[in-house]
Design a protein around this ligand. Structure first.
Ligand code: ATR
Length: 274
C-alpha cells in the first residue's frame, strides 16, 4: 500500500488517520495513513525521511503550513494565494503543494450545513495561517462582502491586500478591521483564531450575530466549545470544524488518488463515535 501521513506538532489528537482509512475502504484504494510528529526545528528533515521510506504524500497541520509552502516545488493557485500548504504530493519530479482547507470550509458550509454563501455578509475572525488559507475559496463562493478582523490589524490588512485582485475580479467586497470594529449582524461568522476560549467566550462582540447566523469554529473537539457555547447563547447556529476537516480531507484524497470519496457517511461516523 502507498503511504501517507499528517505531519504536525502536536499531531496526536488528529482525526485525519480515521477519516482517510474510511475513504480508502469506501473507494477500495490501497493506502495507509499515519500520524507523524515533526520536531519544531525539524520539519523538512522529517519529510525527507518519510519520502525516503516511499511515502506518496502528506497533510500538513500546525505550525508547518507556511514551511510546507516554501518547500513545495510547485503549488496550486489556491495554495499560492494564501501562501500556505496543507497537502503535499511527492511527485518524482518535485513536490506539489495544494491547500484544500478553503474548499473544505466552503463545502461544509454549503453542502453539509446547507447555507449558501452567494450574496451573504461574511465575517472571518483571525488573520493567521488558518484564515489566509481559506479566504480565496470564500471569495470564490461570491458572498456580497467579507470582513477580516484580527487582534493585530496589520495582518488582517495584509491578508486582504493579497486577495484584493480576486475580490475585484469576482465583485466581492473585502475589508479589514480590528476585533472591536467587527461589523454587526453578519450572516456567517467563521472563527479562525487559535485561541481556545473558556466558557461562553468569543474574540468578537455578540453584535456580529443575528438570529440564525451560522457561527463556525474551524477547530473541533473541546477547543471549539467556548466559541460554540457563546454563539448558541446569542441565538446563532453553532458549528464546529469537524465537517470542514472531513471535506478538506476529501479534497486532499482526490488530489492524491484522483478519486472523490463520499463524505456524508464519514462525517456521520465521526459524530456518532467521538
Ligand atoms: P493559525 O495557523 O492557527 O492561523 P497563527 O498563524 O499563529 O496560527 O494565527 C493565530 C490567529 O489567532 C491570529 O489571527 C491571532 O491573532 P494575532 O495575529 O493578533 O496574533 C489569533 N489569536 C491568537 N491568540 C489570540 C487571542 N488571545 N485573542 C485574539 N486573537 C488571538
Amino acid at each position: 500500500p502507498d503511504r501517507y501521513a499528517v505531519v504536525g506538532n502536536p499531531v496526536e489528537h488528529s482525526r485525519s488517520p480515521a477519516i482517510h482509512a474510511m475513504f480508502a475502504e469506501q473507494t477500495s484504494q490501497s493506502l495507509t495513513y499515519e500520524r507523524l510528529l515533526a520536531p519544531l526545528d525539524g520539519f523538512e528533515a522529517a519529510l525527507r525521511t518519510f519520502v525516503a521510506a516511499g511515502a506518496k504524500g502528506c497533510n500538513i497541520t500546525v505550525p508547518f503550513k507556511f514551511d510546507a509552502f516554501a518547500l513545495a516545488a510547485t503549488c496550486t493557485e489556491r495554495a499560492r494565494l494564501g501562501g500556505a500548504v496543507n497537502t503535499l504530493r511527492f511527485d518524482a519530479d518535485g513536490w506539489v503543494g495544494d491547500n484544500t482547507d478553503g474548499a473544505g470550509l466552503v463545502n461544509d458550509i454549503q453542502k453539509n450545513a446547507g447555507r449558501p454563501l452567494a450574496g451573504m455578509q461574511v465575517l472571518l475572525v483571525g488573520a493567521g495561517g488558518a484564515a489566509a488559507g481559506v479566504l480565496g475559496s470564500l471569495i470564490a463562493a461570491r458572498p456580497a462582502h467579507i470582513t477580516v478582523v484580527n487582534r493585530t490589524v496589520d495582518k488582517a490588512q495584509a491578508v486582504v491586500a493579497a486577495h484584493a485582485h480576486l475580490g475585484q475580479t469576482l465583485n466581492v467586497g473585502l475589508s479589514a478591521a480590528t476585533l472591536a470594529d467587527a461589523p454587526a449582524a453578519q450572516d456567517i461568522v467563521v472563527n479562525a483564531t487559535s485561541t481556545s476560549l473558556a466558557g461562553a467566550a468569543s474574540p468578537v462582540d455578540a453584535c456580529v450575530l443575528k438570529p440564525g447566523t451560522l457561527a463556525l469554529d474551524m477547530m473541533y473537539g473541546p477547543k471549539a466549545q467556548g466559541f460554540l457555547d457563546w454563539a448558541a447563547s446569542h441565538g446563532a447556529k453553532p458549528r464546529d470544524g469537524l465537517g470542514m476537516l472531513v471535506e478538506q480531507a476529501a479534497e486532499a484524497f482526490f488530489f492524491w488518488r484522483g478519486v472523490r470519496p463520499d463524505t456524508a457517511p464519514v462525517l456521520r461516523a465521526l459524530r456518532t463515535a467521538p
